[in-house]
Design a binder for this molecule. Structure first.
Ligand SMILES: *Cc1c(COP(=O)(O)O)cnc(C)c1O
Length: 501
C-alpha cells in the first residue's frame, strides 16, 4: 500500500506523518489533520469475524497511521487494550433486536465509547515521541462535555513526560460523570470546571493552542500542547475498528451476508464518532446511510437539511449532556473530504464560522452530503419515552444518548421506508445517567440521588452494577478548581509550573 501523509483541512501547514499529527493534535493553521488520501484497507468482509478485536485494531492502525512502525503499533495495542481494561474479550459486544443492532461501546474503564480511543491515545503519543526522538513535556488539553474528561484522565494518568488538563462545563454534566473526573488520581492531572458550556470549553482550548504568548511560554519550559479531543486524528482511527468488528459479528451470526450494506446510526456531538464510521466506509466497509442523531441542540440536523451550519441559536441543557454541543468540530473534516480536498473553501467557511457563527456550503456540496448522510433529532421527552418503550418491548436498557439514536432511527425509517439493518452506536452505560434512566423506566425517583439510584436501577432491572463505579458514592473528590474562560491561560501556566516540580 502506498503511504501518505497528513495535511491540514485549511491547507496552510506542512505535511506530517502520523506520529507528528498525534503529537501536535491541532494543525498550526487552526485546521484539523486529515489524511491526504483515504486508504482502502481491502479487508475480507467474510473473514473479519475470525480476527480478534485486538488484531483487527493492529490491522487497521498500521496502514492508517503511517510513520509508526509495526512494532510500535503492536505495543500500543497490547498496552492500551491490556487484559482487564475492557469487560469482554471482544471489547464491544453486540445486542440485536430484529434489524436493530446495538454496538455496546461502554464496557471500558469509564463506561463510555471514548475509552476505545483514549485507552490507545497516550500510547500513540509516547511511542510517537520515542520514534521521533523528541523529549518534551506534552501538555494534553481537553474540553469535555462529560465523557472525554474521565476517559482521557484515566488514559493519561501517570504517563511519563505528560500532563493532562481537563476543562468541563460547571453545569450540565451528570453527577456520576463529575465524580468520575474529580476523583481521578494521578500526579500529572488537572481538572477544572469552567464557568460556561462545552462550546466555551472547546473554544478556550482552541484559543490556547493559537496563543502566541502561550507558545513563547511553552518554548521556555520545553513543553508543547496536544489535545485529547476528537480534533486529534489519533482519536478517530481507533474508532473505525468497532464498526468493522460489528459488521463481522453480523456476518457471523447470519444477520447479513458479507458485502451487503448496513445503515449506521450515531448519537452525535462533536461529530467524531460518526466521522470514524465514514472513514471506515472509505476503507471498505459497506454502508448505505449514515444517520446523525442529535438532541434538542440540533445544529447538525439543520445543517444536513439546509446546507447551512448555524451556531447562532439557544443552547439547551438536555438529559443527553455529552451531545450538548453547538459547534461540531469534526464536520470540518467531512466537508473537506467531500469537497474534493478544497482547503481554500474550508479556510473560508471556518473564517465565516468564527466571524458570524455560521457558514453555508455550496449547493453541489450540499447534494453530496445529503446523498450519504441523514440527520434527525429527538428531544428529552422523546428520549425518555424511547427508553421506557424499548425496555417494555425488549427488556433492553439504553442510556439517554443511545435512546436519542434509537428514536431518530425510528423516525428515519417511518419517513423513508428504508429498513436496512442498522448498527446503532450505544455510546454510554445507563449507569452513568441513573436519574434520567430510572425515571424513564419506573417513573418517580422518590427524591433519591443519582448515586442511590445506581443500586435501585440494578435492583429493578436485574442488571449488574458495573464494577467501574461500584462504591462511587464513597469516593472522595480530589479536584475542585474552577475558572472563568478568560482566566484559562493563567490556570494552564500555573498547572505547567506545578507539573515541573
Ligand atoms: C462524546 C459522546 C457522544 C458524542 O460523540 P461525538 O464523537 O462527539 O459526536 C455521544 N454519546 C456519548 C455518551 C458521548 O460520550
Amino acid at each position: 500500500m502506498n503511504t501518505f501523509q497528513f495535511v491540514s483541512t485549511r491547507g496552510d501547514t506542512q505535511k506530517v506523518d502520523a506520529p507528528q499529527a498525534v503529537f501536535q493534535g491541532l494543525a498550526p493553521d487552526g485546521g484539523l489533520f486529515v489524511p491526504e488520501r483515504l486508504p482502502n484497507l481491502g479487508l475480507d468482509l467474510a473473514q473479519i469475524h475470525k480476527t480478534s478485536y485486538r488484531d483487527l485494531t493492529r490491522k487497521i492502525l498500521k496502514p492508517w497511521l503511517p510513520g509508526y512502525t509495526s512494532d510500535a503499533i503492536d505495543s500500543v495495542v497490547s498496552n492500551g487494550y491490556g487484559s482487564g481494561t475492557f469487560d469482554y474479550p471482544e471489547l464491544t459486544p453486540i445486542k440485536s433486536f430484529g434489524t436493530r443492532h446495538f454496538i455496546e461501546l461502554f464496557h471500558g474503564p469509564t463506561l463510555a465509547f471514548k475509552d476505545l480511543a483514549l485507552s490507545l491515545l497516550p500510547h500513540l503519543l509516547v511511542e510517537g515521541r520515542h520514534l521521533m526522538g523528541i523529549s518534551k513535556n506534552t501538555i494534553i488539553l481537553a474540553a469535555t462535555s462529560g465523557d472525554t474528561g474521565s476517559a482521557a484522565l484515566t488514559g493519561f494518568a501517570n504517563v511519563p513526560e505528560t500532563q493532562i488538563i481537563v476543562f468541563y462545563p460547571n453545569k450540565g454534566i451528570s453527577p456520576i460523570q463529575k465524580k468520575q473526573m474529580t476523583c481521578q488520581t494521578g500526579g500529572n492531572i488537572f481538572v477544572c470546571a469552567v464557568d460556561g458550556n462545552f462550546d466555551d470549553a472547546q473554544t478556550l482550548v482552541k484559543n490556547l493552542f493559537s496563543s502566541e504568548k502561550m507558545k513563547a511560554h511553552l518554548a521556555e519550559c520545553n513543553g508543547s500542547f496536544s489535545t485529547a479531543n476528537s480534533m486529534n486524528i489519533g482519536r478517530l482511527v481507533p474508532q473505525m475498528v468497532y464498526y468493522f468488528h460489528a459488521y463481522g459479528q453480523l456476518v457471523k451470526c447470519g444477520a447479513i451476508p458479507a458485502g451487503t450494506p448496513v445503515n449506521i446510526v450515531v448519537p452525535s456531538g462533536n461529530f467524531g464518532n460518526i466521522l470514524a464510521s465514514w472513514y471506515a466506509r472509505e476503507a471498505g466497509l459497506p454502508v448505505n446511510k449514515f444517520i446523525a442523531a442529535s438532541n434538542k441542540n440540533r445544529a447538525l440536523t439543520d445543517f444536513f437539511s439546509t446546507g447551512t451550519y448555524d451556531a447562532n441559536r439557544d443552547f439547551h441543557r438536555t438529559c443527553s449532556p455529552s451531545m450538548d454541543i453547538l459547534v461540531s468540530s469534526n464536520l470540518e473534516r467531512l466537508v473537506y473530504h467531500l469537497s474534493g480536498n478544497d482547503s481554500k473553501l474550508i479556510a473560508k467557511l471556518m473564517a465565516d464560522l468564527k466571524k458570524n457563527r455560521r457558514y453555508e456550503v455550496p449547493q453541489e456540496l450540499k447534494t453530496i452530503l445529503q446523498h450519504d448522510f441523514s440527520a434527525g433529532f429527538a428531544d428529552d421527552a422523546e428520549c425518555c419515552r424511547e427508553i421506557g418503550a424499548y425496555y417494555e418491548k425488549t427488556g433492553y436498557v439504553m442510556d439517554p444518548h443511545t435512546a436519542v439514536a434509537s428514536r431518530v432511527l425510528s423516525k428515519y425509517r417511518e419517513k423513508t421506508g428504508d429498513h436496512t439493518p442498522a448498527l446503532i452506536a450505544a455510546t454510554a452505560s445507563p449507569f452513568k445517567f441513573t436519574s434520567t434512566v430510572f425515571q424513564a423506566l419506573f417513573g418517580d425517583c422518590g427524591g433519591k440521588s443519582d448515586f442511590e439510584l445506581i443500586h435501585e436501577l440494578s435492583h429493578q432491572t436485574g442488571l449488574k452494577i458495573p464494577h467501574q463505579i461500584d462504591g462511587i458514592e464513597k469516593w472522595r473528590p480530589l479536584h475542585s478548581d474552577l475558572c472563568h474562560p478568560t482566566d484559562a491561560a493563567k490556570y494552564v501556566r500555573n498547572a505547567i509550573s506545578r507539573g515541573e516540580h
